[in-house]
Design a protein around this ligand. Structure first.
Ligand code: HEC
Length: 154
């Protein structure tokens, strides 16, 4: 197949393969530190948060096979480390009461306007999409939690 191409095209393809192979040497770290204090969500809420959010906002990331192939691995790792930086459900108790409230209300907004989970994540994980009922249960649980009944966790 390669032989039927013009020399120019052949060179481009070979160069692309060489660059791809070389890229594999720039590896990224895929680390899941121990969970410090998990978000105390009700089990039915926790199950869809794990499906839709925990890969990037917790220490329970499931590193899939494609997270081992550059350059996808670089993008995945950046999402996970940036996601954990802004919001980490695995260190929930390290947030102040005000920060917990902000994180939960931002989460509701991001679910409602569809910015979370991110669109590129949804291409790889279509089942991570939340149903309107799930968004509604999250809202109910978060309101109960912030209004006291769930605040025994503090
Ligand atoms: C593919 C990884 C990924 C997934 C999955 C994901 N997030 Fe994010 N999230 C990020 C990244 C990266 C940021 C920070 C950069 C940004 O704002 O885009 C972020 C930012 C946020 C923020 C902070 C926005 C702000 O106010 O600054 C909230 C809240 C949030 N995500 C909630 C969620 C919730 C809730 C889910 C699940 C429904 C979720 N995310 C799923 C990667 C992800």
């Amino acid at each position: 197949m390669l032989l039927s191409l013009t020399p120019m095209r052949r060179t481009i393809i070979i160069l692309a393969l060489v660059v791809f192979a070389a890229a594999q040497f720039k590896t990224v770290e895929r680390i899941n530190p121990p969970i410090e204090s998990d978000l105390p969500a009700a089990p039915h809420v926790k199950s869809f948060l794990k499906r839709a959010c925990y890969d990037c906002h917790s220490y329970e990331t499931e590193w899939r096979w494609y997270s081992y192939v550059a350059p996808v691995s670089w993008v995945v790792a950046r999402h996970v480390y940036n996601g954990r930086d802004v919001l980490n459900f695995s260190k929930w108790d390290s947030y102040s009461r005000g920060a917990k409230g902000r994180h939960l209300s931002d989460s509701i907004l991001s679910m409602q306007d569809g910015t979370m989970p991110t669109w590129d994540y949804l291409i790889a994980h279509p089942s991570a999409k939340l149903s309107p009922e799930e968004v509604e249960s999250f809202k109910e649980w978060a309101n109960d939690y912030l209004n006291g009944s769930g605040n025994s966790a503090e």
